[in-house]
Design a protein around this ligand. Structure first.
Ligand SMILES: *Cc1c(COP(=O)(O)O)cnc(C)c1O
Length: 446
C-alpha cells in the first residue's frame, strides 16, 4: 500500500553511508546535520560549461547563491573562475569574501537597496535592472565607474510575474541608457522563468537576441543575455514517479492529508541539468529557423545562465537521528531530532518526496519490514512533519538510527531553517575524498 520513491542510486553516497562516518558525526555533533559534497558541485559546473563549449557558444555560468547558504560551494566558484548570482548585500559580501571577483557577480532581485547598488557598481558587478526607478537610481550616480547593467524582461508567457520590464518600459529604459552615455554600460537583457520548460526559455532567449541587435543600433553594447535558472533536477526514476502520481491519495499520508499532484516539484525529469541547457541551445526559438546556439553565434551574443538547484544536484544530504517510534493503526510515527524547517518543502504546502534512507545504528538487530511510517519533527506543532507520506522503511526504525534525506543541497536543507524551540541550526559538514581516494574526510563549513 505504501508508495516508494527512492532517489536514484548513487555509489559515492552509498560508500559514505557504509563507512560509519555519519553515525560518528551524529554522535559528535549531537543533533541533525547536513553533509555537502563540493566535488559534485564542481562536476555539475563542468557539465554546464561543456554544454556551452560543445554548442560552440560563448557563455558564463553564475551560481545562484540563494539555493544554499554554505561557503563550500562559493569556494568552488572562486577556484573555478565561475560567477555567482547574488540578490542581497549579505550574499554579495560572502561571494567577495571567498574570492569571487566583483566582475564575476550578477546582482538580481527586485528593488535593490541603495547600498547593494553602490557596492555592486564599485565592484564592477553586472546588475540585472528590474524596474525603471531602479535604473534611474543608477543613472543618478556620478563620478564613479559606469554601472554595468542588464535589463530584465518581464516574461510575456508569465503575465502574473512581478519581475521585469514590459515592452513599453523596456523601450523607455533603452532610451534612457542611450541618452546618458557613460554613466551606464547597457550590456544586454535577462529573464528568469518559473517552471522548467525548455521551449519557453529558447523562445524568450531568441527574442532577447533580437532585442540586442536592435539596441546596438542606438549605440548600446548589448552583447549578452541571461536566461536565468530553472534547469530541472532528476531525483527519482520515471516508473516510480509515474506510479506515485497516479496512485497517491489521502490514504498514503498521515492524517489523511491530501496533496494535489500538481503541487509537487517534478521530482522526475527526463532531461535535466546540463542536458536541459543542451536542449535549450538546440531548440529553435519560435519553433522555426536556426537553433538558439546558431542565433547567439551569428549575433555575437554571449549566453549567461544562473543555475542554482541544478549545480547542487547530488551535492548534499540531510541527516536526522531517530528519537522515538510509535504506532498508529497500520503505520508508525517516527520522530527525529530536528524539524521540517530543515527540509523546507512543507512551507509550500507540499512535501519533499525523495524518501529518507534508514541507516540502522550498527549494533542493533532490526525487525524486518516493510514498516510504513511518517516522519515527525521534534517540535510541539502538529503540522511539523518532515514527511507526511507513510514511507515503507525496510525495517522498523529504532532510537539512534539515522534517516538520511537524499539530495537536499538545492533549496531543501537551509532555505527556511530557524532556531525554533531553541534547537540549534544543523551544522553543515563538508565531505571530500582527498586525492580521489575512497576514504572520506570531513570539516565544518565556515
Ligand atoms: C532563483 C533564481 C535563479 C536560480 O533558479 P534555479 O531554479 O535554482 O536554477 C536564477 N536566477 C534568478 C534571477 C533567480 O531568482
Amino acid at each position: 500500500m505504501a508508495l516508494t520513491l527512492p532517489a536514484h542510486p548513487d555509489p559515492l553516497t552509498e560508500r559514505l553511508h557504509a563507512s560509519g562516518l555519519l553515525h560518528e558525526l551524529a554522535h559528535g555533533l549531537g543533533g541533525p546535520f547536513h553533509y555537502l559534497l563540493p566535488e559534485r558541485f564542481a562536476t555539475n559546473l563542468a557539465g554546464f560549461r561543456a554544454a556551452l563549449t560543445d554548442a560552440g557558444v560563448e557563455g558564463r555560468v553564475y551560481y545562484a547563491k540563494k539555493a544554499n547558504k554554505a561557503d563550500a560551494f562559493i569556494d568552488r566558484c572562486a577556484a573555478a573562475g565561475a560567477g555567482v548570482d547574488v540578490a542581497s548585500l549579505g550574499e554579495l559580501r560572502e561571494a567577495l569574501g571567498h574570492g569571487v571577483r566583483g566582475e564575476d557577480l550578477v546582482v538580481t532581485g527586485p528593488a535593490k537597496s541603495e547600498q547593494l547598488l553602490s557596492v555592486a557598481v564599485r565592484q564592477g558587478a553586472l546588475i540585472a535592472v528590474d524596474a525603471l526607478d531602479e535604473l534611474d537610481r543608477l543613472l543618478a550616480r556620478t563620478g564613479e565607474r559606469p554601472a554595468r547593467v542588464l535589463l530584465r524582461r518581464h516574461p510575456p508567457s508569465q503575465r502574473r510575474s512581478r519581475f521585469g520590464l514590459d515592452d513599453a518600459q523596456l523601450q523607455q529604459a533603452l532610451d534612457r541608457c542611450a541618452q546618458v552615455g557613460d554613466t551606464v554600460r547597457m550590456e544586454g537583457f535577462s529573464f528568469h522563468l518559473s517552471g522548467y520548460e525548455i521551449q519557453a526559455r529558447a523562445d524568450l532567449a531568441g527574442e532577447l537576441v533580437e532585442l540586442c541587435l536592435k539596441a546596438r543600433m542606438s549605440g548600446l553594447q548589448a552583447d549578452r543575455i541571461s536566461i536565468g535558472g530553472g534547469f530541472p533536477v532528476d531525483y527519482v526514476a520515471a516508473d516510480t514517479w509515474d506510479a506515485f502520481l497516479t496512485e497517491q491519495g489521502p490514504a498514503h499520508y498521515h492524517g489523511q492529508k491530501s496533496f494535489a499532484a500538481g503541487d509537487f516539484y517534478p521530482y522526475h525529469s527526463p532531461v535535466a541539468g546540463s542536458d536541459a541547457l543542451r536542449a535549450i541551445l538546440a531548440a529553435r526559438p519560435g519553433g522555426t529557423g536556426a537553433s538558439l546556439a546558431t542565433r547567439l553565434r551569428e549575433a555575437g551574443v554571449m549566453l549567461l545562465l544562473e543555475p542554482g538547484r541544478a549545480l547542487l544536484d547530488r551535492a548534499g544530504a540531510s541527516v536526522f537521528r531517530v528519537q522515538g517510534v510509535k504506532d498508529r493503526t497500520g503505520y508508525g510515527i517516527v520522530t527525529v531530532d530536528g524539524t521540517s524547517l530543515s527540509l523546507s518543502e512543507q512551507w509550500f504546502d507540499s512535501e519533499y518526496l525523495p524518501e529518507p534512507q534508514l541507516l540502522p545504528a550498527r549494533s542493533a538487530e532490526t525487525t524486518p519490514g516493510p514498516f510504513p511510517a511518517c516522519v515527525g519533527g521534534a517540535s510541539c506543532l502538529d503540522s511539523d512533519l518532515l514527511t507526511w507520506r507513510k514511507v515503507p522503511f525496510p525495517a522498523r526504525p529504532r532510537v539512534g538510527d539515522l534517516l538520511v534525506y537524499p539530495n537536499t543541497a538545492g533549496y531543501q536543507m537551509d532555505s527556511n531553517e530557524s532556531p525554533f524551540h531553541e534547537l540549534p541550526l544543523p551544522p553543515k559538514v563538508v565531505i571530500d575524498h582527498p586525492d580521489g581516494g575512497s576514504r572520506p574526510r570531513w570539516r565544518l563549513d565556515r
